[in-house]
Ligand binder design. Structure first.
Ligand code: GLA
Length: 722
């Protein structure tokens, strides 16, 4: 990993273990993008630095692959930054000013400053690379050094350019869906024009996630797959309105593809006062020529080392129990105690009380906002239940939804002006709730105090932080007129500040980002939460598709999944307990069924499976993920997780709705050491020993899984290991 300034070329070369990113100063003093792809042997190999030319850099007519384009001149594609100056000038021409290389403990950073040719507006472009990942981070800071305000109308973390595809093409992969069907994989060819992925909902959203991958499709039509092919990918760390746009133009002669990612300009405006600065979210991006499998592994490792809070990275994520599905709002002390006893017998480590423990919260129509314990459900407060849970050897966790409020709540009766609203307009409810405006410092302060004292007065190890609706009527009438559209960004920053302050005040607490399952998952929230609730859809079969998409972009360490009752409430599908476990064991494991109704033999099975999970969870949470058979392609799915030193692996094989009585094909493993001998258990026979080469070339047979919704977990260990 290194960042080098090449004086002869007036350019910067950012290199990770296997990739490189190059940009430099052009003749007219603007910053040009030169290269993004595999690391090459010599600096002079890179276009822009040596004899090679980059075809889509057109300096003459003003159209250019500009590293960070202001909107102005002949630039007709998506600009990185658009502003209006105090004199109403809307033309922004950014030219190079200076640079600095910064060496941190485990990273190297680069700051390149550009400024407008006339107005004292400066933009600092920051880049950062870590020693142990192939991911590059970038973001921009806009600094007003003048004495009049500047209005920011569009602010991207950056623009990325792909090499011109020539006779070939690019294909976009993105993750999209809806409530109960999040993170589904979508693929489409890139053609001339622009494709926009975005949220305008005030949170990351269940509909789309700020992640993209573009693979090169050869003229013959073949693109990347799990194991091979060139893929350029990235993810944005922003939990508010975000946008990623992919734009292909053919002007003047060759196809040129650019990707912009940042704050959604829709309904956005920022009044940048003199001497103030505005920082964009961070865009993390990477490249591989080893297909989508490597995309995921690079992102997982990066998230496990540099995104997730460091505090809990050395400990396995716990097995949890949550009674939301069977009990809903009726969280009474007596029944929670019984559930806790059962959960403890199964080996659960964290017992979570979900919605319903506070205020008048007997259903979703009242109580949100009043974070005091319900005296009818928990007469002596949370204390006795927490103590009992501890006496059973488990930690205690609690659900909250701090940013939300029911109109039928004491808080709303007292502070109706604390929610987003426009004067003389309806306040549209969703799930009978409105959204508190966290742009307001008084709202932030109030929530900090409420949550701080909840954590101060109770021994709580984990908080599930929910956010169950999108924002409507985003009005903030109390703010100055020119600042009212800052609400989208300020409320997201308010959420981050609140969570950061709480984490600092209560370092022993771990946090989950929920948002109706999957509605707030992005690299911004993952910097401050230890796990996420993936989807409210807990059907173990549906979940395989959701998990497949999720793991393309995000780490299984954070991906929670519950084992619930069968038949499932959503589609009445019946599955065995083992199947439900195997589906959920591919991330952080939870149990969410009505365990008081589970017969003794199911409790025993659950206990055994929780025990098995504890043996392999280090592989799932911290290992290398290989998607061996996609559920999208047939009647089976197989996923394996391999320890980084290749000495140990676990394989999950699950059948779906099998067609025409076809047997499970042999599953060939990946990522093992060919010469190492491995002991393999869990095939329905006694343990066998095979070389890595045999496991990868010939594979394993699963004839015993000859029915719908059958499953197994196979443990693979180098025989040298005890
Ligand atoms: C959301 C969450 C659920 C549960 C309910 C409680 O839907 O995703 O897991 O916590 O809220 O109201």
């Amino acid at each position: 990993m290194s960042i080098t300034y090449l004086a002869d070329n007036n350019a910067w070369l950012i290199e990770t273990t296997s990739t490189a990113y190059v940009f430099g100063v052009s003749e007219n003093n603007s910053l040009f993008h030169y290269y993004w792809g595999s690391r090459l042997p010599h600096a002079s190999d890179y276009p822009g630095l040596g004899p090679l030319k980059n075809q889509h850099i057109y300096d003459k007519g003003g159209i250019a692959a500009l590293e960070y384009a202001g909107w102005g001149g002949l630039n007709f594609t998506e600009p990185a930054l658009k502003v209006t100056f105090a004199d109403n000038v809307r033309d922004l021409v950014l030219v190079y000013q200076d640079y600095k290389i910064v060496n941190g403990k485990d990273f190297t950073g680069l700051e390149v400053t550009v400024k407008d040719t006339y107005f004292p507006l400066q933009v600092k472009l920051s880049y950062r690379v870590f020693a142990d990942t192939d991911i590059i981070e970038r973001w921009a800071t806009v600094i007003n050094q003048g004495d009049t305000p500047v209005r920011i109308e569009q602010a991207m973390a950056g623009t990325l350019f792909l090499p011109s595809p020539g006779e070939g093409n690019y294909r976009l992969t993105h993750l999209a869906g809806r409530w109960g069907a999040e993170f589904l994989l979508n693929q489409m060819p890139i053609t001339d024009g622009k494709k926009t992925l975005e949220s305008r909902r005030g949170h990351t959203s269940n509909q789309a996630t700020p992640w993209f991958a573009l693979d090169y499709v050869q003229p013959s039509g073949s693109g990347a797959d799990e194991d091979q092919g060139q893929v350029w990918f990235g993810a944005l760390g922003w939990s508010g309105n975000w946008v990623i746009s992919v734009e292909q133009t053919t002007y003047p002669v060759v196809k040129s593809v650019q990707i912009s990612a940042g704050i959604n300009p829709f309904d956005f405006g920022w009044h940048l006062k003199p001497l103030q600065s505005f920082k964009t979210p961070v865009l993390s991006f990477g490249y591989t020529n080893q297909g989508f499998g490597e995309v995921s592994r690079l992102l997982h490792r990066y998230q496990n080392r540099h995104i997730l809070p460091a505090k809990f990275l050395d400990t396995p994520r716990p097995v949890l129990y949550n009674s939301w599905e069977p009990i809903r709002f009726d969280v009474r002390e007596e029944s929670q105690i019984k559930l806790a006893e059962r959960a403890a017998r199964m080996g659960v480590e964290l017992f979570v009380v979900d919605d319903g423990w506070f205020g008048a919260r007997d259903n979703d129509r009242a109580g949100l906002g009043d974070w005091t314990v319900s005296p009818s459900k928990l007469p002596e407060g949370l204390g006795p239940l927490i103590n009992y849970v501890h006496s059973l050897g488990m930690q205690f966790g609690l659900w909250v939804e701090p940013e939300m409020i029911n109109p039928d709540s004491d808080l709303y009766r007292e502070h109706p002006d604390w929610v987003y609203h426009f004067p003389n307009r309806a306040r549209t409810e969703s799930r009978n709730q409105l959204v508190l405006n966290l742009s307001r410092l008084d709202v932030q302060e109030y929530l900090f105090n409420v949550l701080d004292s909840l954590l101060e007065n109770n021994d709580i190890a984990y908080i599930k932080w929910d956010y169950n609706r999108s924002v409507s009527e985003p009005g903030w009438p109390e703010a100055a007129p020119e600042e009212q559209r800052e609400v989208w960004v300020r409320s997201t920053l308010g959420f981050y500040t609140l969570l950061d302050r709480l984490r600092e005040a209560h370092p022993g607490v771990s946090w989950e980002s929920c948002s109706s399952g999957g509605g707030r998952v992005d690299l911004g929230v993952l910097r401050r939460t230890d796990q996420v609730w993936t989807s409210d859809n807990t059907d173990p079969y549906d979940r395989l598709f959701i998990q497949e998409g999720y793991t393309l972009g995000y780490t299984p360490r954070a991906m929670y999944s519950w084992v619930v009752d069968s038949p499932h409430w959503l589609g009445k599908r019946e599955t065995s307990l083992a199947y439900r476990f195997h589906s959920s064991m591919m991330g952080g494991l939870g149990i969410g069924g009505h365990i008081l109704n589970w017969p003794e033999e199911e409790i025993a099975t659950a206990r055994e499976m929780v025990g098995q999970y504890k043996q392999i969870r280090h592989l799932v949470q911290d290992g290398l993920l290989y998607r061996l058979l996609s559920p999208r392609h047939g009647s089976y799915t197989a996923v394996s997780y391999v320890r980084e030193d290749r000495q140990e692996a676990v394989l999950f094989v699950l059948t779906l709705g099998r067609r025409l009585g076809l047997a499970v094909p042999r599953i060939r493993l990946k990522g093992l050491e060919p010469a190492t001998l491995y002991r393999v258990g869990g095939l329905g026979t006694s343990q066998i020993t095979l070389s890595g080469a045999a496991l990868m070339e010939h594979g394993l047979s699963f004839e015993h899984l000859a029915y719908d919704f059958a499953s197994t977990m196979v443990q693979i260990k180098a025989s040298a290991m005890s």
